[in-house]
Design a protein around this ligand. Sequence first.
Ligand SMILES: [Fe+2]
Ligand SMILES: [Fe+2]
Length: 402
Amino acid sequence: MTDSRSDEVVRIAAVGDIHCAKTAAGTLVPLFAQIAEWADILLLCGDLTDYGLADEARVLVKELPAGVKLPIIAVLGNHDYESNEQAEVRKILTDAGVIVLDGESCEVGGIGFAGVKGFAGGFGRGTLGAWGEAAVKGFVQEAIDEALRLETALARLRTPQKIAILHYAPIRATVENEPLEIFPFLGCSRLEEPLNRYPVTAVVHGHAHNGSPEGRTAAGIPVYNVSLPLLRKLYPDRPPFLRLEVPRPPSLREGGHTGGTEPMTGKIYHPEDKHPEPYQQDLNPDANAGQNYGLVDPHLEKKEGRRSAYDIKEIHRRLGDYHDDELKRIIVMPEGSRLEQGATYIDLRATPPREFTANGDMVATAEHWYVPKGEVDYPLWNRLIGVTDPARLDQATHRPSN
Ligand SMILES: [Fe+2]
Ligand SMILES: [Fe+2]
C-alpha cells in the first residue's frame, strides 16, 4: 500500500481486539490519534471492550479522537457479550457516533461496508456439522445464522467497493500460528461462503490474537486479521492498524479527500430496508435470488417436519444398502423451496448423483430430490457422491467422535 494523499482513494484503517478495560483511560488516545492522522475511515473489528461492560464502553468512547470527524464503523466481538450488556455497549458507541453493524451494511465515502460478529465452528473439512445433540445443532445454527446475516448485509450494497467487517475469522489461513486445538473456536468457513458470492474488495477481522495477518478466500478475496495484539507483535515499529487504500468512486473525487477533518456522507442499510428506488429494480431483478428466501418458506430443509430420504419410498429402492438411520440423515429439499445460490447440492434423482453448485433461480420441484451438502455429514455425503476412499468415509472430521 502506498501512502500517497490522493482524492482517488479512500484510506481505511482497521484494528480489532482493543479490549478496552475500565482502567484504560488515556492509553488509547495515541493509537486513535495516529489513525486519525492517516485514515478517512476507521473500522473496529470487535472485542472493543474486555468484559463487555458498559463502563468499559464509556471509557472507550472518551478515547476516540475528539473534534476530528473520523467515521468509525464497528462490529462487536465475543468479549463485548460477556456481561450481557451488549445492548448498552452498542448504544454508548452509537451515541458517540460510531456506526455499529450487526447484520447491517452502510455506505461511507462511496464505499460499502457489511458487518457481523460471526461465530465459531471450524474450517473446511473440519467445520462442525449440525448433527447429534441439540446443543451441537444450536451451536452450528448460530454460525449459519451469522453467515446468512452477512450475506443479507452484502446483498444490500450497491457500491463498487465492498468491505466486510467481522470479528471471527472466515478462513483458516488467518488463524494459522494459533494452537491447532483452538482453531474451531476462532472462526468458521460458513462465513466464507457469502464472501465468495459477492464481489467483496477485502475482509477484515480480529479475534485470533496470535494468528496470521493475511490470507485469501477460495475466490481470492484478501482477508486481513487486524487483531491489535497480533499487529503489535508482528510490526513493533509501526502503528498497529491495517492501512487499506480503496479506489474512491469517480463521482466523489471532485473536491479532494476529507483528510479526516470533514464529515463523510454516509447511510446505513438495515436488513429490513429495500434498496432505494430506482436502484432496486436494476440491482435486484430478483431480490430473493440466492437468499434462500424460498417460494414457500426460507430454509424449509431446516424446519421441523422437514423431509429426509427416509420419507421418500422411491429413494429406499435407490439407496437399498443404506440403513434407515442413514436415510433419515439425508435431508431432501421440499418441493417449492429455492436453492441457495452458490451452495452445493446433489440430485438423488440423477444417475449417478453428482455435486453441483446452485444458481439463484433453482427451485426444487417434484422432478428433483435435491440434497444440500451443508445438511449432510461428511462420510455420508462422500458415500452419496460415490467416494470410496475409506479415510474419507470413516473419518468424520467435522463430527466429533467423542
Ligand atoms: Fe479478542
Ligand atoms: Fe474475540
